[in-house]
Ligand binder design. Structure first.
Ligand code: PLP
Length: 399
């Protein structure tokens, strides 16, 4: 009779290299505590607390009623791919238009990131990425037997890249560079100068840039800038974007990439072999999102800005906590090194003893050590309760 441990012996070595996204684990523990009657303030998961705008939901419902409930083409339905190509060209102000053959739709940006890296990384290849980072990039690279090479983001540069370190870490094995701006978990936005220097380095090296722009509509200070503005690199830039963050559509599972046709064909082949296609009615809802009234997106963003301003100001009044004002996404990433460098222990303490669910910065990589990540996609009332609870609990942390 097989035992659990015996079963584990049969799992492949690649799986043993996988971590898991801490946000989902902390959410699980927070829900357990709630089931025991504890009152928890949720700051852990990166999802808008708003509902999907009504006209998008209506389009999804109408599509189900019209029986758009069958398999769809692997890369996505043509109408949606045309709409995405058109929107992405206009939104990024590109001189040369994207074409639908460059677009591959997926059930979430996470899935397309995974499939793209599977198409690009051989064992032993190197993927350079900013640390701390959304965990999926390094997870996929590790699973594929490639080496994930972290480059520090600097709090002192408003979470810009250490570009000298970036240049030093490029090698002839660097096949992929991952950019993510606006950035999870720091809320940082790469400046024009940073992007220009990366573009210049790209011209001298042979790597492909995977630019994860899923927070492109969540920018509060500077204008959103994309590496795609360096159009001379067009045949080596892949844009990843999606609907989860801008349109409050996390549960619809809808994302896409825009890639040079050869890479798009490889991503389509991987789609064929993995998820097959993305729910057709979700794609119809995506068309409504990109072609319909944009006012709800703008309104959500204004609300995020208001929350950011109030919440970050409050964090900065808590002894031992300091937080630069994040320019994008919806995360605050305060420095807590005056209290401890063991951010995971502090996050655990704040959940168990303080009733606030949040994440240790090191869950996103070594460079996140000594920071906390708080998603401020929550009501002002909950944000106020979060700050009060942190202020009350932190002096009791024994480290
Ligand atoms: N990329 C980044 C940087 C993210 O933070 C997330 C979600 O948290 C994703 C991609 C995945 O989004 P999706 O819901 O489309 O899979």
């Amino acid at each position: 009779m097989s035992t659990l441990s015996h079963d584990y012996d049969h799992l492949c070595s690649a799986v043993s290299r996988l971590g898991s996204e801490a946000a989902f684990e902390v959410l699980g523990r927070a829900r357990e505590l709630q089931a025991l009657g504890r009152d928890i303030v949720h700051m852990e998961v990166g999802e808008p607390d708003f509902d999907t705008p009504a006209h998008i939901k209506e389009a999804g419902k109408a599509a189900i009623d019209a029986n758009f409930t069958h398999y769809a083409p692997n890369a996505g339905i043509m109408e949606f791919r045309e709409v995405i190509a058109d929107y992405a060209t206009r939104f990024r102000g590109l001189a040369t238009a994207y074409t639908p053959d460059m677009v591959v739709v997926a059930p979430g940006a996470k899935q397309i990131i995974w499939n793209l890296l599977a198409a690009l990384l051989d064992p032993g290849d190197e993927m350079v990425y900013a640390d701390p980072a959304y965990p999926t990039y390094a997870a996929a690279a590790g699973y594929l037997g490639a080496t994930a090479v972290p480059v520090r983001l600097l709090e002192s540069k408003n979470w810009g890249l250490d570009l000298d370190e970036f240049e030093a870490k490029l090698s002839d094995r660097t096949n992929v560079v991952v950019l993510n701006s606006p950035h999870n978990p720091t809320g940082g936005v790469l400046s024009h100068d940073d992007l220009a220097r990366i573009a210049e380095l790209a011209l001298r090296h042979r790597f492909v840039i995977l630019s994860d722009e899923i927070y492109s509509r969540n920018v509060y200070g500077p204008k959103f800038e994309s590496i795609t503005q360096f159009e001379e690199l067009r045949d080596r830039i892949i844009v990843v974007d999606g609907f989860s963050k801008a349109y409050a559509m996390t549960g619809w599972r809808l994302g896409y990439c825009i890639a040079p046709p050869k890479i798009a064909r490889a991503a389509t082949l991987l789609a064929n072999n993995t998820y097959a296609c993305t729910a057709t009615f979700a794609q119809k809802a995506g068309i409504a999102a990109l072609t319909g009234d944009d006012a709800p997106v703008v309104a959500m963003n204004e609300t995020f800005r208001e929350r950011r301003d109030r919440f970050v100001a409050q964090l900065n009044t808590i002894p031992g906590v300091s937080c630069p004002i994040p320019d994008g996404a919806f995360y605050a990433f305060p420095n807590i090194t005056q209290i401890t460098t063991d951010d995971v222990a502090l996050a655990k303490f704040l959940l168990e003893e303080g009733g606030v669910a949040l994440l240790g910065g090191s869950c996103f990589g070594e460079a996140g050590r000594g920071y906390l990540r708080l998603s401020y996609a929550n009501s002002l009332h909950e944000l106020d309760r979060c700050a009060e609870r942190m202020r009350a609990a932190l002096p009791r942390f024994a480290g």
